[in-house]
Ligand binder design. Structure first.
Ligand code: HEM
Length: 365
């Protein structure tokens, strides 16, 4: 075997560009039919949510002003004065939560179905990057309305990065603070922070997501659906048009549900009014500052465990996530499903009962 084929063959196997044609990517594509077949719809739902975010986000841009003086009022103006503005804003907020949830479920199900297995490593790794981009969108978007909750929650999150410095030796201990100042654009959260978060939210992350989502979808189509279960699958469905018709019908139903939520339940109604007041840089931090619900799985443990444990656990988790195709190459789907269910149970418990657990543990001291 020549040196070229040693390098090129594994690449061709992972990125089979010879299959880049409508026949293999669309007309001949088949979807295996088995008890986990519902999970094949989750990636498509993530795509629907991303599309909704893109369209509603662009519409919000017509009126939103990224300055500390005008941001709050511009959001208020969108909600109260612009025809349809409240629906668009609510849709953006509801869909952001829905997107995070579905991306997490998509990750857990593709893990359980071993869809990361060779030759699908690129699909998995681009997926992990998409997960972090999705979190990045929600973290930067949270600051933009510039109310008490958004600014104070961002401050708390950035302080956590600063704390990492305590665990680093000598000169290195300054690095986390320098990173915080770089993100903030100054000593505290202010106009520079808003400008940076705005640029990251509306330009940098969209460019990144286009690149990685493009790659993700390309490899998904080139490889076709993974088989999903350990047993041999004999029944298949045609991707075009059968699977796609069901996929789009599901999109219509889910969009309808989100739309009903957006017109009936304003996202601000989940928080007591003082948290929704314009941010006051001279005031004290109000009670009840929390990150978005999908960060609870890491936020509540931080309240009870020493920070270094969370830090080490997070670093290990990120490394494991990227190395999943290597680490779990020989693991059975049964074990993978068990691990995915455990992770899901942990996520639900921390999200729903995290606050009570913290009160219980702290109250016990
Ligand atoms: C913005 C976020 C994402 C979008 C829009 C997206 C979209 C999609 C779509 C449309 C599919 C094909 C349908 C399906 O199998 O569900 C897919 C497949 C896949 N995705 Fe994602 N995805 C995202 C994030 C992720 C994440 C976070 C992971 C895991 C780390 C991941 C891993 C995979 C894998 C392994 C497949 C192949 C499934 C198979 O071959 O059976 N994706 N994705």
């Amino acid at each position: 075997m020549s040196i070229f084929s040693k390098v090129l063959d594994p690449m061709r196997e992972r990125l089979p560009l010879d299959k880049f044609n409508l026949k293999s990517m669309v007309y001949n594509k088949k979807v295996p039919q088995h008890k986990m077949k519902w999970a094949y719809y989750l990636g498509g739902l993530a795509l629907l949510f991303f599309t909704i975010q893109l369209i509603t986000g662009l519409l919000l841009l017509f009126y939103y002003q990224p300055t500390t003086e005008e941001a709050y009022d511009s959001v208020k103006f969108i909600t109260e004065q612009v025809p349809g503005g409240a629906v668009i804003r609510n849709l953006h907020a509801w869909t952001s939560s829905a997107m995070v949830l579905i991306v997490i479920l998509h990750l857990l199900t593709t893990f359980a179905m071993k869809a990361f297995e060779k030759p699908r490593e690129i699909t998995w790794v681009t997926g992990v990057i998409l997960l972090f981009i999705t979190f990045g969108f929600s973290f930067t978007g949270y600051l933009l309305p510039w109310h008490q909750l958004s600014v104070n929650a961002t401050k708390v999150a950035l302080e956590f990065i600063g704390v990492v410095g305590q665990y680093l030796p000598g000169e290195y201990s300054k690095i986390p603070h320098q990173i915080v100042e770089l993100i903030q654009g100054g000593a505290t959260v202010g106009q520079e922070t808003l400008s940076r978060f705005f640029a990251i939210h509306v330009v940098i992350l969209p460019l990144c997501i286009f690149a990685f989502l493009g790659m993700h979808l390309l490899v998904v189509q080139l490889h076709g659906m993974s088989k999903g279960v350990d047993k041999e699958v004999t029944v298949h469905e045609k991707f075009f048009p059968d699977f796609l018709i069901k996929d789009f019908s599901l999109w219509a139903i889910v969009f309808f549900i989100l739309f009903v939520l957006a017109i009936t339940i304003p996202i601000d109604s989940f928080f007591p009014y003082p948290l929704m007041e314009p941010y006051n840089p001279l005031g004290s931090t109000p009670e009840g500052i929390k990150p978005e619900w999908y960060f609870f799985f890491i936020y509540y443990p931080m309240e009870i465990l020493p920070f270094w444990i969370i830090l080490v656990a997070s670093i290990v988790l990120v490394i494991i996530l990227f190395l999943v195709p290597k680490i779990f190459a020989g693991t059975s789907r049964k074990t993978l499903a068990f691990l995915a269910i455990l992770a899901f149970i942990y996520f639900v418990i921390m999200t729903v009962f995290g606050e009570s657990i913290v009160t219980l543990v702290k109250g016990g001291h």
